[in-house]
Write a protein that binds this ligand. Sequence first.
Ligand SMILES: C[S@@+](CC[C@H](N)C(=O)[O-])C[C@H]1O[C@@H](n2cnc3c(N)ncnc32)[C@H](O)[C@@H]1O
Length: 324
Amino acid sequence: MAIRCERDWHKYFRKPMNRHKIARKMKKMHKTQEFHRPVLLNEAVEGLNVTTGKWYIDATIGGGGHTGEIVQRGGKVFGIDRDSQAIDEVTRRFANEIELGLVKVVKGNFSHITKLTIKHSIPDIHGVLFDLGISTHQLQKMGRGFSFLRDEPLDMRMSQSEGVKAAEIVNSYSWNDLTEVFQKYGEEVNAGQIAEKIVQVRKQKPIASTKELADLIERVAKGHQKRIHPATKIFQALRIEVNEELHELKTALPQVLEVLSPKGRIAIISFHSLEDRIAKQFFKNKERENQIRIITKKPIVATDNEIAVNAKARSAKLRIIEKI
Ligand SMILES: C[S@@+](CC[C@H](N)C(=O)[O-])C[C@H]1O[C@@H](n2cnc3c(N)ncnc32)[C@H](O)[C@@H]1O
C-alpha cells in the first residue's frame, strides 16, 4: 500500500497499532526523497506568464521547484523563505544562477515583501508566486516537531530563530484559546475535549513532545472513528498558530499588489480553506476596485495523475490574477 504522507494514515486506520511501523516506513522512504516535490508546477508557472529577463518573486521558495521552472522559462527570481534550511538548499541548488545574477535568495518573511524588495533592489516585478504551507523537508526533517509520526520536541516554527514554539502554546494557552485554535484552524470536532485533556495533563507535567501530544489526542479520540489520524487536524492547527500563517498572508497581499508592475501576475497555491478564502476575498475586492483582473474564475486543482504521485496535491488550490 502506498503511503506518501501522513494523511494516508487512514488507509491503516483499522490497525491503529501501526503508527510506529508507518513512521519507520516513511523515514526509510524519505531518506531517498527530494527536498520537496512542487505542486501544480506547470499550472502555477504557466499562470505567471514568464517573460525572458524579467523579475519574479517566489515568496515561498522552499526547495526551489517553482523557481527552477521560472528560470527555465527565462525569468529571474527573487526567492524568499523564512526557513534557513530552505535558503541553504536553494543557495546550493542555484549556485550558478546566483553567480550569473539570475536568482537572488533571502531569508525572511513574505509579510515584509516591500521592505525586502527595496533592500535587495529588485526592479520591475512581473509576477509573484506563493506556494503556502510547509515543505516535505520541514515535515520529514528530524527535530522540527511538525510530525506526529515521530517523537521529538514540539517546536513547529518554520523560522527556527524567532517566534513561539508549539510547546509554549500547548502549555500556556487557556482552554478557551486552545479550543478556538483547534476549531478555527483545524475544524476539529473534538476541539473542546482535546483542549480539556491538554489542560488536565499539563497540570502534572508540561507537554513537551509530539508523541506526548499525539498520544493524548488518540486517547480522547478513541471510539470516534475517523478517516484520518486524530492528531492530523490538531497538528495542522498548531502549525498555523505558531507561524501566524493567515496573518502573514493577509499582510503580504496588499504589499504584493503594490510592488507588482502593471500586467504582472500573482499566483497563490493554498492548502487550507481559510487561506484560499483570504486570497479569494482579497482578489474579489480588488477586482471591484478595478485594480486587477481575475484569471482563474474557479481555482485550478491538481489532476488525478498528479495526486497519484504526490498526495499533498489533493488539497491544493491555485488562484491567479493580473494587475491592471
Ligand atoms: C510548500 S513549501 C514551498 C515549496 C516550493 N514551492 C518548492 O517548489 O520547493 C512552502 C515554503 O514556504 C515557506 N514559508 C511559509 N510561510 C512563509 C512566510 N510567511 N514567509 C516566508 N516563507 C514562508 C516555508 O518555510 C516553506 O519552505
